[in-house]
Design a protein around this ligand. Structure first.
Ligand code: ADE
Length: 238
């Protein structure tokens, strides 16, 4: 069974974008994942094909019309479609590696890319759109956010990463940021590879990597240390 993403957007030509290359590109070629981009404008009602209007109550910008978007969603995701419906938005819940894994374990997703000032609240409620943010900054639209989410999902689909182990020690999978990496040459511009890594002592290497991960996380992302994953598993409630 492949992961099927239907992306509703005003810029379908942005897809698959960079996902046509490299690891994701090969997954798309094999059919492990399918990305279908659908133009919201195809569901406009008037001869100008308008999809937005001025905000009720006044203010700057334009708002995506609920009727046009609802029609587009209903066309691509009829009753019985089990896929979650996501709306890429800086107002959404932050995307996490856990949610990425969760999505990858399911049948796919319907992803709405917002543009303009936003999307009429009534269609968010009526079509149960789950708002998802990829970070605390504002993009010009949801498309790059959807590409980012799909990149993260596709790489964890079964069989996509060459070595099944290769994701296990990454940042966020362990709840901590990943330790630093080194390779040859032994000395680069006067800087040596930390001696423990060339000692051949695997227990010492593992302990060093753990300590580095913990220190890096403490310095850069102390918020992660409060999450249960950081302690290596679920924690009893405080
Ligand atoms: N659209 C605009 N900014 C966004 C963000 N940070 N995350 C998801 N979608 C967005």
């Amino acid at each position: 069974m492949s992961f099927r993403a239907t992306v509703l957007t005003l810029y379908p030509e942005m897809f698959p974008g960079h996902l046509g290359q490299s690891l994701a590109g090969r997954a798309l070629e094999r059919g492990d994942a399918v990305i279908e981009a659908v133009n919201i404008r195809d569901y406009a009602h008037d001869r100008h094909r308008s999809v937005d209007d001025t905000p009720a109550g006044g203010g700057a910008g334009m708002v995506l019309r609920p009727d046009v978007l609802a029609e587009a969603i209903d066309a691509v995701s009829p009753d019985g479609d089990e896929r979650p419906r996501l709306l890429m938005s800086p107002r959404g819940r932050p995307l996490t590696q856990a949610r990425v894994r969760d999505l990858a374990a399911g049948p796919g997703a319907v992803i709405v890319c917002g543009r303009f000032e936003g999307v009429d609240q009534r269609v968010i409620e009526a079509r149960r759109l789950e708002e998802v943010s990829i970070g605390d900054y504002v993009l010009s639209g949801g498309e790059p956010a959807a590409l980012t989410l799909l990149d993260a999902v596709i790489r964890v689909l079964p069989g996509v990463m060459g070595n099944a182990q290769s994701g296990a020690h990454e940042s966020f999978e362990t709840g901590l940021l990943e330790h630093p990496h080194y390779t040859r040459p032994q000395v680069f511009e006067g800087r040596e590879i930390p001696p423990v890594l060339v000692s051949g002592n695997h227990a010492a290497i593992e302990a060093w990597r753990q300590a580095q991960s913990l220190e890096l996380t403490r310095q850069r992302r102390p918020d992660l240390l409060d999450r249960p994953e950081a302690a290596g598993g679920p924690q009893p409630a405080k």
